[in-house]
Design a binder for this molecule. Structure first.
Ligand SMILES: O=C(O)CCC(=O)C(=O)O
Length: 378
């Protein structure tokens, strides 16, 4: 074996020496070693299967995960360092609820409906039905004074209750600005989330367990930067009165998310990515169809259908002051059980994480947030 190894190395070194320049030799040497290592790996099968798994190919065929669903851990921020969070939750894509990670945020006590009305009451906001569809537009003041008190009562109950969707300015200037500038300029100030991100940036920050640098989405977070120093895609302040529902969906762009609940309470149903095949994606025209109004959300789906799932949804309650970290491609349905205000933002961390998401997009195709409904399992 040793002789074979030495012969192989001699062979590689000689082939490199045939090259004219030192640079060319170096490249050849690296290339040859790389090829040999790749072939050995391919032969051994082990790293390749890990690679496929890393990309998520063949995920449904994981019976162990079906029968023993990973519960959602609860941690105290005091015991969860950034390194621990990366090792235990971020890298293995495990969700976690963390308490005390927002201690010291002024937002925790100051962001009441009244406070938001005083600061941004004049801004027109989009109100969202349970399918992420825009149902109505009105000023923040009208929303909070006229709609909030009626939600969760016999007046507006169930899925008729409306969330306040974070709203994005569109157009090339807006895209460029939010990608490359740290501060949101004036022309974005007519949008509630942007305006609030700029004006209230000193009142919150990143939850204490989140890595302080190394983000690849948004890519400009390569250097240490807190999320409150910029406003980015799908980042927002989510205001939801009691009774609102956000149906089962997967977040856009295959990114991780943190839901930082400042006040109120939410109940979330979670399904791991390996169960995605049990659901089908709705196209936008279906959100607004007459039929969709009668389509039960996952929680209210007939038990006979839910029984066909390989595992039952994982239910968690998120209380005021808690942060839910939800890894990419985890499916979630959110029911607001007490009037709530939440900061949420999406991210990827590290180059492998970015590559993984790109590969998943190439493999699975591009979707935005996509809303899912149960389909009978195979
Ligand atoms: O709080 C909600 O209703 C939905 C939040 C959510 O699912 C998200 O931001 O992805």
């Amino acid at each position: 074996m040793a002789t074979l190894g030495r012969t192989l190395i001699d062979c590689l070194v000689n082939s490199a020496q045939d090259s004219r320049t030192l640079f060319e030799r170096g490249c050849r040497l690296l290339n040859s070693f790389g090829t040999v290592i790749f072939l050995l790996a391919l032969h051994a099968g082990y790293p390749m299967s890990r690679f496929w798994r890393w990309l998520g190919y063949g995920q449904p065929a994981k019976p162990r995960e079906w029968h023993a669903p990973p519960g959602v851990a609860r941690e105290s921020a005091q015991d969860l360092s950034q390194a621990d969070f990366e090792r235990k939750y971020l890298r293995p894509h495990r969700p976690v609820v963390v308490t005390g990670a927002m201690d010291g945020w002024a937002a925790l006590t100051r962001w009441t409906p009244q406070f938001l009305i005083e600061q941004f009451g004049h801004i027109r906001v989009k109100l969202q039905g349970s399918f992420f569809d825009t149902v109505q537009k009105m000023t923040l003041q009208e929303y909070m004074t006229e709609i909030w008190p009626r939600c969760g009562t016999s007046d507006i109950s169930g899925e008729a209750a409306l969330n306040m969707r974070y709203q994005e300015p569109s157009g090339n200037a807006a895209e460029l600005t939010r990608c490359f500038s740290r501060m949101t300029p004036e022309h974005m100030a007519g949008y509630f989330s942007c305006a609030a991100f700029v004006k209230l940036k000193d009142q919150w920050g990143a939850p204490s367990f989140m890595p302080s640098s190394g983000y690849t989405i948004p890519c400009t977070l390569f250097w240490p930067e807190q999320p409150n120093q910029r406003w980015f895609f799908d980042w927002g302040i989510y205001c939801s009165p009691r009774g609102t529902v956000t149906r089962l969906h997967m977040d856009a762009s295959k990114t991780h998310t943190v839901l930082c609940l400042l006040s109120g309470q939410k109940k979330c149903l979670l399904m791991p990515p390996s169960t995605t095949y049990c659901f089908e994606s709705l196209c936008p025209s279906e959100y607004t169809s007459e039929e969709s109004k009668h389509m039960p959300c996952l929680r209210d789906s007939p038990q006979s259908l839910k029984d066909k799932l390989p595992m039952q949804p994982i239910e968690i309650t998120l209380n005021a002051g808690e942060v839910l970290f939800l890894p990419k491609e985890w499916l979630h349905e959110v029911h607001t059980t007490e009037n709530s205000i939440m900061v949420t933002y999406n991210f990827l961390h590290g180059v492998p994480d970015l590559l993984h998401s790109i590969c998943r997009h190439i493999w699975l195709g591009w979707w935005g947030d996509y809303v899912l409904r149960l389909r009978p399992c195979r």
